[in-house]
Write a protein that binds this ligand. Sequence first.
Ligand code: CDP
Ligand code: MG
Length: 726
Amino acid sequence: RRKVPQRDLELEETPMELGGEQGRWEEERLKTASLSFGAKKEREQGMRQEQEKYQLILEEDEMIDFVSTDQDTPALSQAELKKQSMQEVRRSLPIFPYREDLLAAIHEHQILVIEGETGSGKTTQIPQYLLEDGYTKGGMKIGCTQPRRVAAMSVAARVAEEMSVKLGNEVGYSIRFEDCTSERTVLKYMTDGMLLREFLTEPDLASYSVIIIDEAHERTLHTDILFGLIKDIARFRSDLKVLVASATLDTERFSCFFDDAPVFRIPGRRFPVDIYYTKNKIYCYKEQVLIMHPSSCCTFVLQEEIEACCELLQERCRRLGSKIAELLVLPIYANLPSDMQAKIFNPTPPGARKVVVATNIAETSLTIDGIIYVIDPGFCKQKSYNARTGMESLIVTPCSRASANQRAGRAGRVAAGKCFRLYTAWAFKHEMEETTVPEIQRTNLGNVVLLLKSLGINDLIHFDFMDPPPHETLVLALEQLYALGALNHLGELTKLGRRMAELPVDPMLSKMILASEQYKCSEEVLTIAAMLSVNNSIFYRPKDKVVHADNARMNFVVPGGDHLVLLNVYTQWVESGYSTQWCYENFIQFRSMRRARDVRDQLEGLMDRIEVEVVSSQGDSIPIRKAVTAGYFYHTARLSKGGYKTVKHQQTVYVHPNSSLFEEQPRWLIYHELVFTTKEFMRQVIEIESGWLLEVAPHYYKSKELEDSSSKKMPRKQGKTKEELG
Ligand code: CDP
Ligand code: MG
C-alpha cells in the first residue's frame, strides 16, 4: 500500500540496525551545517548540487504515484469547519468539556498547573473562560505569556476574532518594540520578556488578576525567571491567580516547584501516528523533504533554510504542473511578517493540499490544523554559551527526544497520521537527549541579572531558580556588568546601571547608547542600534538577481565597518522619504527597514527617560565607533596569522564573508556577534584603534595586552565627511 520510492529511502517502523551509525550521523550533520551557513561560495555550490539531485528525483514516476495516492486523505475538513460558526469551533475543542471543572479548580487553588496536548485550546480558551467568569471585573487584566513573538501576536488576533472585537481593544498583545494594547485591554498576550519588564514599573503586578505562564515546558530564560518572581509575589498577593500551562511534558516538575500545586490534565484527542525512521543512511534532509512530497504536511527546518526549501518545493510543483493536485507551500518562522503568517491558518481550498515549512515554532506554540504528515529532520538551532570565554553562539544540534515527540504529535490531530524521521531509530535512542537543556543553563545572563538587580534582588545566588544557572555564568554576568559600569565593586546597581536597565535591549547595546551621550553622536548610534536589531534581514538577495543585489550592497559600503554601512543604508532611506520604491531598487527589505524605524522611534522615545540628548556627530565616524567600543569592548579581536584572535581569550575567529571588512582585514575589530557555522564567524564588525579600549574600559584592559606584536603602525583612518555618510 505504502508507495515510497524504496530506492532512495528505506523506511522502517521498528528500531534496529545498531553499530556503526554514529560516525555517519555526525558526518552528515556537519555537512548540512556547512550547507546552510557556510561561506557564500560553498553555499551556492551546495545549492547547485541539491538542485541536480532534485532533478534526478523528478524523473522518478514512483514519486508522482506516491503523491497522487494521498489525495483522498481527509485533510480538508477545514472547509467544513469554516462553515461552522466560531463558537461551534470553540465548543469542539478538547478543553471545552472541562470548562466548569477548570474554573472550579482555579477558584479553589491559587496556583494551578495545566497540562494539555498542543491544540487542545489552552492558550486561546482559558483567558476567555476567565473573562466570562468575571476575572476582569473592575478593569483587572488577565496576562498570558508566550515565549515567542509570533505566537503572542497570532493568538491574540485569533482570540480577538473569536470575541468579535478589534485587536488592540479588549484583546491585545505586547511584544518588544510593539505594543498593541490600549486602556481597554483586559486580555493581554505578551512575550515572557515583556512581562518581566513590567515588574520594573509594577513590581507586584497589581493590575493583573490572573497570570498565565504559557508554554512553560519551553523553559526559556525569561519564563524561568518569571517562575521565581511570580512564586514570590503570589505569597503576598493572595488574590492573584497563577496558571502554569504546558504541553504534556515535565508537569510534575512545575507542580513541585510551585509547592505541590495541583495539576489539571486536559485529555487530548489524539489519532495514532505511525513513526518511520530511515534505515541506515542519513540523507541531506532538504532533499528528503522533497522526496516525500507530502500531502498536508508539516516539515521542520532551520529558519535560514526555509526560503530555499519553499522555493525548491514550488519549483517542483511547477514542473509537475497538472499531474498533481494544487500544493500550497507555506513558510512559518519567527520573523515572518504577520500577514504572511496568517496564511497558514487559512483553510485549504477544496482539492488542494498544503505543506507547512516551519521552524521549531510549530512544535508547540502554534497549532496548524489538518496536518497528516510530519517530516522531522531532527535538528534544531540552539544557543550555547561558554562561561569561560563569555561567548555565545548558535549551533545546529540534534533536537531532544521530547522535541521529536512534540513534532510527531503535529500529525494526528485531525486523523491518523504519519511522522517520517530522517534519522535512524538508533540515533533517536542513543544520540538524542531526553529533554532540551533549559535556556538558563546555556545563555549569557547579563540582561536578566541587570533586571533583577534593578528590582532590588541583590542576592542572586539564592534566587529561587527552578534549575539554577551554572555558577560561573552568574559570576561572569556580574563581572561583565561591573566592567560595563552598571554595578559597583560591591555588586550594587550604579546610576549608569539604572539607566541601562531602562532600555529594553542587551546591556552592551544599552551601554553603547548611553555612551553616545558622551561622544555626542546619539542620533547615529540610535540608528545603528535599531539596524542591528534587525540586521540579518536588511539586504535582499534574490537568486535570479544575485549580481545586481551584490552590486547594490557594495554601493552602501563606507570605510570603517558594517555598523557604518547600516547607518548609511538607513540615512539614505530617510532621505528617500522612507520610500518603498527606493528599497526595491536597492535590494533592501522594506519590511526590515520599517521595523528598524519603529525600533528607532521607540528607543528615541526612551531617551528622555534616561536623560540623553539626541545629537549628531555631523559626519565624524570616530565618536560613533568609540561609542560602539564603549558597549562592546568585550568583543574585541586582533588580526593574527590566518584570522583573528579575541583579545581576552585568544580564541580564533573570522570575519564573516558578508562583512564590508572581509577583504580589508584591519588590525583591530569589534564584533557585534559571533555565529558558529563552519567556523566562528564575527557578524557585523567595525574597525577600531586599540587605544580607545583604554579610554572606554580602563579597568578591563591593560595597555600591555593591547601592544601590537608587529611594530607596524596601524594606518590612521580619517573621519568621514558628511557626504560620505550620506
Ligand atoms: O494552546 P493550545 O495548544 O492548547 O491550543 P490553542 O492555541 O488554544 O488552539 C486551539 C485551537 O484554536 C486550535 O485547534 C486551532 O485550530 C485554533 N487556532 C486557530 O485557528 N488560529 C490561531 N491563530 C490559533 C488557534
Ligand atoms: Mg498554546
